[in-house]
Design a protein around this ligand. Structure first.
Ligand SMILES: *[C@@H]1O[C@H](CO)[C@@H](O)[C@H](O)[C@H]1NC(C)=O
Ligand SMILES: *[C@@H]1O[C@H](CO)[C@@H](O)[C@H](O)[C@H]1NC(C)=O
Ligand SMILES: *[C@@H]1O[C@H](CO)[C@@H](O)[C@H](O)[C@H]1NC(C)=O
Length: 402
């Protein structure tokens, strides 16, 4: 461990710090912002008996590096103190290993384990406990390109301060959004040309969004004149919908009867389709079914759906038919909210971001990929179910996936 400190500033420090510093740099460097909030107030400088020159050095600086120095010293001091104290007992103290901790964290005392986090923005100063004046209970995400700026502005304004706003930018243009007041409290994730399920899989891990009762994962081309998010959530709670979407304005080209808005009710959970389309009135597309353009998940439903999203399938075709695997009974917990409805404007967006190949227009390549994914997903799901039943020694039923 004779390497120089990672920060190249260790010459004035005692030797014994260096190995430890390497470890700390690697592990804690990433999390410095977080640790700063927790550790700084609890480290009592006088109690640790720092040489006064170090104290003033630390206080003179205001970068993250000094926090690290402080941590290093706190650690050394606590460590040598403990060693001195526990010479005779060290053999008797068992190592911590808690099997009920989250996988991989068994060596931590359970009291320090924080297995879920949130997307709440914090301050860099002040009391950590006073950072959050409001803790939104709902999350709404839009996958956006700058061309839909006005539309997204209108949509976001339908969501109160009880919502965390998250934008997934597929065109790399994020600064233009700053003209909107709400943009400052929004979370912006910018990755070139990905789809909303790609973003959702990577940035909406169930443990990260665990604070939200409901998660809206929406497209950018939805008209929201007749939509109120708080009212929507009231209806979803009232009718016990774990997976839902607002009714769609019937005048526009619709594919499914199920998602069409009904004028005479709050929600609906079943529909009639064209003859022969539904083998079972409780199965898609007659029930247990919503589309993926404006889906709303409960916390529990999302935890399941997140696990079903495949890393290489990004358009999500076929996912809508499989959502029902995540709730039981699906025909009661999946439904369409008619009283708060939207218009699907169907503007071309990511569909046009494909690549022209073999003389085919970009959108054709995207469409082809969508279909291919659907086939792959169907096969994987059917195979996985079959394998499960065989492993259990049960004759597999004929595939139930659509
Ligand atoms: C360390 O141990 C020595 C001898 O056992 C003792 O005199 C001293 O007070 C101890 N120091 C601390 C910090 O406990
Ligand atoms: C936000 O949530 C609180 C608590 O549920 C509620 O009282 C308040 O009306 C909500 N805000 C809006 C704008 O609906
Ligand atoms: C299941 O599939 C087999 C072969 O495809 C068919 O013979 C059988 O009738 C099916 N069973 C049911 C219950 O649909």
């Amino acid at each position: 461990m004779a390497k120089p400190g990672i920060l190249g500033r260790s010459s004035s420090m005692p030797r014994s710090n260096e190995g430890m510093r390497l470890v700390f740099s690697a592990v804690i460097g990433i999390m410095l912002g977080y640790l700063f909030g927790i550790s700084f107030p609890t480290v009592n400088i006088t109690k640790l008996h720092f040489p006064s020159s170090i104290v003033s050095y630390i206080e003179d600086r205001n970068s993250g590096i000094t926090t690290q120095t402080l941590l290093n010293h706190a650690w050394t001091s606590a460590n040598s103190h403990k060693k001195n104290n526990s010479d005779s007992k060290s053999d008797e103290i068992p190592k911590i290993y808690v099997t009920s901790n989250p996988k991989g964290a068994e060596r931590l005392p359970p009291g320090i384990v924080v297995s879920e986090t949130d997307l709440y923005l914090r301050r860099l100063w002040g009391e950590p406990s006073e950072d959050l004046t409001i803790q939104p209970k709902y999350l709404v995400t839009f996958t956006v390109g700058i061309a839909q700026k006005a539309n997204i502005d209108a949509a976001v304004k339908k969501f109160s301060e009880n919502f965390t706003i998250m934008l997934f930018h597929y065109d790399g243009r994020t600064t233009e959004w700053d003209e909107f007041e709400w943009s400052k409290r929004a979370i912006h994730v910018s990755v070139s040309k990905q789809t909303k399920w790609w973003y959702a899989k990577r940035f909406l891990h169930p443990d990260v969004v665990a604070r939200y009762d409901y998660i809206f994962i929406w497209d950018e081309d939805l008209g929201v004149q007749h939509f109120n998010a708080e009212e929507y959530i009231k209806l979803v709670r009232k009718h016990g919908l774990e997976i839902s979407q607002p009714g769609l304005e019937p005048d526009r080209g619709l594919t499914w009867q199920m998602t069409k808005r009904r004028g005479d009710r709050e929600v609906h959970k079943v529909t009639e389709e064209r003859p022969g389309w539904c083998s079972d009135p409780h199965l898609p597309p007659c029930a247990a079914f919503v589309e993926i353009m404006a889906t709303v998940f409960s916390r529990d439903a999302w935890r399941c759906v997140w696990h079903m999203i495949q890393n290489d399938l990004i358009h999500g075709w076929g996912l809508d038919f499989a959502l029902r695997k995540c709730v039981e009974p699906a025909h009661e917990k999946i439904g369409v909210v008619d009283a708060q409805w939207i218009v699907h404007q169907g503007v071309p967006s990511l569909g046009n971001q494909g690549k022209s190949e073999n003389g085919r227009a970009p959108w054709e390549g995207v469409r082809g990929r969508c279909r291919k994914e659907w086939g792959i997903f169907q096969a994987r799901l059917a195979d996985a179910e079959k394998k499960y039943y065989l492993d259990q020694g049960i004759t597999p039923p004929n595939s139930t996936s659509v």
